[in-house]
Design a protein around this ligand. Structure first.
Ligand code: SF4
Length: 83
């Protein structure tokens, strides 16, 4: 029997930046919280990372790059080619 993959928590900003958190992978170390220059993230009472201010996210992916457990990802909308 296959084990189901954990369901990610997804949060999208008004500018189209998406933060995806896999809570089961997060160990609550807070590295992503500390490295975010915009204070987008916070540790919750469950000792897992939460999105505190999605619209402050500039999509620089510092959290994604620093997380040692691959628990957080940033997706940005591609710019359309229309001018
Ligand atoms: S760096 Fe990764 S493991 Fe640490 S709190 Fe952030 S998401 Fe969780």
């Amino acid at each position: 029997m296959y084990k189901k993959y954990p369901k990610p928590v997804e949060c999208k900003s008004q500018s189209g930046i998406e933060i995806i958190i896999i809570k089961e992978f997060c160990k609550g170390c807070g590295i992503c919280v500390e490295f975010c220059p915009k204070n987008v993230l916070a540790l919750g009472s469950d000792f897992k990372v939460n999105v505190a201010n999605i619209d402050a996210c500039n999509g620089d992916k510092l959290c994604e790059l620093r997380c040692p457990d691959y628990a957080i990802f940033i997706k940005k909308q591609k710019k359309s080619k229309e001018s």
